[in-house]
Design a protein around this ligand. Structure first.
Ligand code: ADP
Ligand code: MG
Length: 460
């Protein structure tokens, strides 16, 4: 498997782990920054606190003594302290050299003349500044006013801060790395049901469409998806088996006229026949051929409807007019069957006349075929809720409810024995349904009180 295929297969897991990484990065950065700020602030206070602590020990002695003798003792004390802690340095800047300490150079002298208090001093050749406490000692006895300076090297504090920063960056990097690896793992584990589901779905290919996705326990997030998938599968399964039986039905339907044609022709050819006989055979063959043509025409029409061809919306027509025209066309059939047709109501709708007539012919033809002499067929035109309906009813024995919706399927008949009669090849109502949906409408059928009704409902 190529890298690209693997990446696209795992793309949700990769995406999730990338998100985890991003979130971890943000969280670590935020916490690290806050922690660093806090520690930095506390570290910055430490040298100052240390300076203050040490100065408080010296302060009283510095102020109390004002003669050279005592000052010698102070000098020794400062020597001792500098020896003890190499980070600490002292200077005394005095106009009288007797009281000076630590040989302050010009830079230090200038610095000592600045304001009292704690300040930073950058000495040449030192990487870190010193924190310096400057204090003025007023004149006492023989001693003039002095400037006392005490400095602490901040190197250790800066180094601590640097180590902390490195540690924070290191741990954050490690944390982000861990989050991305663990995130990827967690995403893979979390997405496992999806992987299982797709491997299950892969097993469902024709002709094994009767299976359904059955993952249990199903995570609720996948519930909807599985249900939708299963109901799609249900429809595909239905369509698939319909198609299978449709093929069988077509072959079957074409076979009987072809068998008749061949049979009759073979019999006619067995020996010499009179001209009338040939005429009769040709006549009969013509009927079979016409039946074949009508089946093929109907199937072509259904195929074009299946491919989504729609009725062109023409100007509004009166449906009663269309029914009347159709009845004119069916004049002979009605007369032959000795049935009457009563038309009630009217409505206006945009329809494709040729299609509607074809549907009406099929409906009325069926009604004629299923009525007896002297009975009355009713055609009702209604308009309600932005819809018009045309219903064709004829008296007849009740049709079981389980048949009713199926009658609009191709080749479905209640009474299979009729199937061989010339004009009936079981596509009439399927065409009615196709015409209804080409107009955005539906069909309906019901059987009650000794009357069977088939019709179409179209949007206005
Ligand atoms: N008016 C009706 N009364 C009773 N049954 C009907 C009526 N119209 C249709 N049917 C039933 O519906 C089936 C399908 O009708 P149709 O599609 O027109 O096919 P066909 O008429 O070629 O059999 C018929 O075979 C019949 O069983
Ligand atoms: Mg019919």
């Amino acid at each position: 498997m190529s890298w690209k295929a693997a990446a696209s297969r795992d793309s949700i897991a990769l995406r999730l782990s990338a998100l985890f990484t991003l979130v971890a990065l943000l969280v670590f950065m935020l916490i690290g920054w806050a922690l660093y700020r806090q520690v930095d602030k506390s570290l910055g206070l430490l040298p100052e606190a240390e300076l203050d602590a040490r100065y408080s020990v010296l302060e009283s002695a510095l102020n109390r003594y004002g003669n050279p003798e005592h000052w010698n003792r102070i000098r020794n004390k400062l020597d001792l302290l500098s020896e003890e802690d190499r980070r600490i340095r002292f200077w005394v800047v005095s106009p009288d050299p007797t009281y000076a300490y630590g040989q302050p150079d010009a830079q230090l002298r200038a610095f000592s003349q600045g304001p009292e208090g704690r300040r930073d001093l950058q000495l040449p050749g030192q990487p870190y500044p010193m924190k310096v406490l400057v204090s003025e000692l007023p004149a006492r006895e023989q001693r003039p006013a002095l400037r006392f300076m005490m400095a602490i090297d901040t190197q250790t504090f800066w180094q601590t801060q640097h180590t902390l920063l490195m540690a924070l960056v290191g741990f954050a990097g490690l944390g982000v790395l861990l989050a991305s690896v663990l995130g990827y793992w967690a995403a893979r584990v979390g997405l496992k049901p999806l992987v299982e589901l797709s491997s299950e779905a892969q097993k469902l290919a024709p002709p094994k469409l009767s299976g359904r996705l059955r993952l249990s326990p199903l995570p609720p997030e996948l519930n909807q998806f599985v249900n939708a998938f299963n109901s799609t599968l249900e429809r595909v399964d239905q369509a698939y088996s319909q198609l299978e039986s449709f093929n069988a039905d077509v072959a079957h339907e074409l076979r009987s006229p072809l068998t008749n044609l061949i049979g009759q022709t073979q019999v006619a050819l067995t020996r010499g026949r009179s001209a009338e006989h040939y005429f009769e055979v040709l006549q009969s063959n013509l009927e079979e051929l016409e039946r074949l043509r009508s089946i093929v025409n109907d199937m072509l029409f259904l195929a074009s409807a299946d491919q989504g061809s729609k009725a062109t919306r023409l100007p509004v027509s009166s449906l009663a007019d269309e029914v009347a025209t159709t009845l004119d066309y069916l004049d002979f059939i009605l007369e032959d069957a000795q049935v009457q047709v009563r038309v009630e109501g009217d409505a206006q709708a945009r329809i494709e006349k040729a299609y509607l007539r074809r549907a009406l012919i099929n409906l009325i033809n069926n009604a004629v075929q299923h009525s007896s002499q002297g009975q009355v067929i009713e055609v009702r035109i209604d308009s309600r809720d932005e819809q018009v309906s045309i219903a064709v009813s004829n008296p007849g024995p009740p049709i079981a409810t389980e048949h009713l919706p199926k009658l609009f399927e191709r080749f479905y008949r209640v009474d299979a024995s009729r199937s061989n009669s010339g004009a009936n090849h079981g596509l009439g109502l399927a065409i009615v349904k196709a015409i209804a949906s080409m107009h955005g409408g539906q069909v309906f059928a019901h059987s009650r009180a000794g009357s069977n009704t088939f019709g179409i409902r179209l949007p206005v």
